[in-house]
Design a protein around this ligand. Structure first.
Ligand code: ZN
Length: 279
């Protein structure tokens, strides 16, 4: 069993962590400079450059792509909207393949505008993933469902617990797994058992870390650096390892008021240090 925190080669930089500060190319160069072994690009970063050129730059730098963020956002008010989401997710699969990503992360989407039918939204999510799955399987690109904290159920993701994500995986079958983001699931009393369940099914595809600050100001963009909040990240990491997870530990920090205002080289330096001491 590998110790995820002992080696910065097993650390991955999710580009959201330095999103307004660095282009994709600068992120790649920053990872190399700081000994970070992996990268997880957001798709909007790929717009800055040619996809194949980005893939080549990542390979030439010796970086692993822990995942591509993100597909998903399946629910829509009408059939045309749902089909557009499916088409976009097929393109995301192709991009993930071009980048040789370990998986495509799905932020599945919340309620369609005007809707109060969360059960219906969850059915649309299931049907949307099912509609993309054949394409993903043919491309050998695993889809990683990321459960989001319940406060995001309306706007971002109506899959909110690991149990829900595991149930969806059971229903959909081969080619679907789970991305575990400590920010979203740390509070869940069933977290350890559901990580074990996901591990037993071989579906632990990604591990995202940051911290939950107290108090938390604005919920989308106030994530903390590992060690600055209340999440026992090392304990959760231990559960991941015990369940057989052998991927990277991916730092994903949205922080409009703090980390996005610092020198990105300082951000990476602290990420590497906290990965060693806290994760
Ligand atoms: Zn995440």
């Amino acid at each position: 069993m590998r110790n995820l925190s002992s080696d910065s080669r097993l650390l991955s930089l999710n580009t959201a962590t330095v999103d307004p500060l660095w282009s994709l190319r600068e992120c790649i160069e920053g990872c190399v400079r700081h000994g970070v072994g992996a990268i997880a690009p957001w798709r909007h970063k790929l717009v800055e450059c040619d996809l194949n050129a980005a893939a080549r730059a990542i390979v030439d730098s010796g970086l692993v792509v822990s995942d591509l963020c993100r597909g998903g956002m399946f629910p829509a008010a009408d059939a045309a909207g749902r089909q557009a989401a499916i088409d976009d997710n097929r393109r995301a699969v192709d991009e993930a393949v071009a980048l040789n990503a370990r998986c495509l992360v799905l932020v599945v989407g919340g309620l369609p505008p005007g809707s109060k039918d969360i059960a219906g939204a969850r059915r649309q999510v299931r049907d949307g993933i099912a509609a993309v799955l054949e394409h993903a399987r043919a491309a050998r690109m695993p889809l990683a469902i990321e459960p989001l904290h319940p406060m995001y159920a309306a706007e971002r993701a109506c899959v909110n617990t690991m149990a829900q994500a595991n149930d969806l995986c059971d229903e959909l079958g081969v080619g679907v797994g789970v991305a575990v983001d400590v920010y979203h699931v740390w509070w869940d009393p069933n977290l350890e058992a559901e990580i074990r369940r996901a591990g037993a099914a071989g579906r632990l595809l990604a591990f995202h870390v940051c911290d939950w600050l107290v108090p938390t100001n604005h919920l989308f963009l106030d994530r903390g650096m590992m060690g600055d909040g209340v999440i026992d990240i090392r304990r959760i990491r231990g559960w991941m390892e015990d369940a057989g997870y052998d991927g990277t530990c991916e730092v994903e920090i949205f922080s409009a008021e703090d980390w996005w205002k610092r020198d990105p080289d300082e951000v990476l330096r602290v990420c590497v240090e906290r990965h060693r001491t806290v994760v």
